[in-house]
Ligand binder design. Structure first.
Ligand code: SF4
Ligand code: MG
Length: 313
């Protein structure tokens, strides 16, 4: 397993804005085998586009994603099909991707049929096994999507991704639609599955508490760029970027540790159609200086593996 995924400049769609917009601009990060990398930021910052582009669910216009020495962006259709066995994505609302007229068992078997994996019996066994792994039972095999609760549907979404025995799973807001009590159940299940099945996760969310709970490392995104990246403990012990500090200020739990540095963000996230010059955060940053409007800050390593892109440092 080649262990990194740099992604750079691509055109696409961001936060509901259609048209030729630079949704993700010079995003670069590595995903190491067995880890969970959390990508966090406000809605519309390009997180989902990054996740989708990695798997070419959104076609990139530039850059590269290296997996097992292969550039996914250059892969042929056939190569891509085989790559997608290893790389799966789970979305916020799995219900929309479940056919309401098909029994769950049939839906879960579909990818195995498409890739002609196993006999009919073996496929059924595989689906039974996966249903058990995600905390559902054999009895659910014959049910229809509408018979499941929200939490159970997210387990089905998970089952659908895992049935192919992937190596990497990309989650886009997988628990954001769930009640808080159900959220922690699902997060704990994700952690257990990661250990049992030796999975690597990219976890995309706007939720600071959730990302903190699950991630080994975190990248903070603002307007299509990663502005700070650090191991989870280091990020919460000493957030450096004013945007990260502001995000943490808004969370009761995280806030307690950073009372002195409470920052409340003014205004809305700027339109990606017309992004600010220099540091893209300067229109909302309480520490903005003259240089911030003119020069794009370069990423610097402040502590071991703790990177920030800000002129204050
Ligand atoms: Fe604020 Fe300037 Fe740092 Fe950007 S570079 S976050 S505007 S201080
Ligand atoms: Mg999103």
């Amino acid at each position: 397993l080649q262990k990194f995924f740099p992604v750079t400049g691509q055109l696409g769609r961001i936060g509901g804005v259609k048209g030729q917009v630079k949704a993700v601009n010079d995003v670069s990060f590595q995903l190491f085998e067995g880890e969970t990398y959390g990508l966090v930021g406000e809605s519309g910052c390009g997180k989902s586009t990054t996740g989708r582009t990695l798997l070419r669910l959104t076609e990139p216009t530039g850059g590269k994603t290296i997996y097992k020495n292969q550039d996914i962006f250059q892969a042929s259709k056939k190569e891509l099909r085989s790559l997608r066995k290893d790389l799966q994505m789970v979305f916020q609302d799995p219900y929309s991707s479940l056919n309401p007229r098909k029994r769950i068992g049939q839906t879960l078997e579909e990818p195995l049929v498409i890739h002609s994996l196993g006999s009919k019996e073996e496929r059924r066994e595989r689906v039974f096994d996966i249903l058990n792994k995600v905390g559902l039972g054999v009895e659910h095999y014959y049910r229809y999507p509408h018979e499941f609760s929200g939490g159970q549907r997210q387990r089905l979404g998970l089952a659908r991704a895992l049935v192919m025995n992937p190596k990497v799973v990309i989650y886009d807001e997988p628990v954001s639609a769930l009640d808080v009590s159900i959220q922690s159940q699902v997060i704990n299940l994700l952690k257990k599955l990661q250990d049992d099945l030796k999975l690597t996760y990219l976890f995309i969310t706007h939720d600071i508490s959730v990302v903190r709970h699950i991630s080994d490392r975190i990248g903070v995104m603002y307007l299509g760029k990663i502005v700070e990246e650090a191991p989870t403990d280091s990020l919460f012990a000493s957030p450096l970027h004013p945007y990260t500090k502001a995000l943490f200020s808004a969370v009761p739990g995280a806030n307690r540790e950073h009372k002195k540095e409470r920052i409340v963000l003014k205004g809305e996230i700027p339109s990606p159609l017309n992004p600010p010059s220099g540091c893209m955060f300067h229109t909302r940053c309480p520490f903005a200086m003259d240089i911030c409007k003119k020069e794009v800050p370069v990423k610097k390593e402040m502590e071991s593996k703790h990177f920030v892109a800000c002129h204050l440092y």
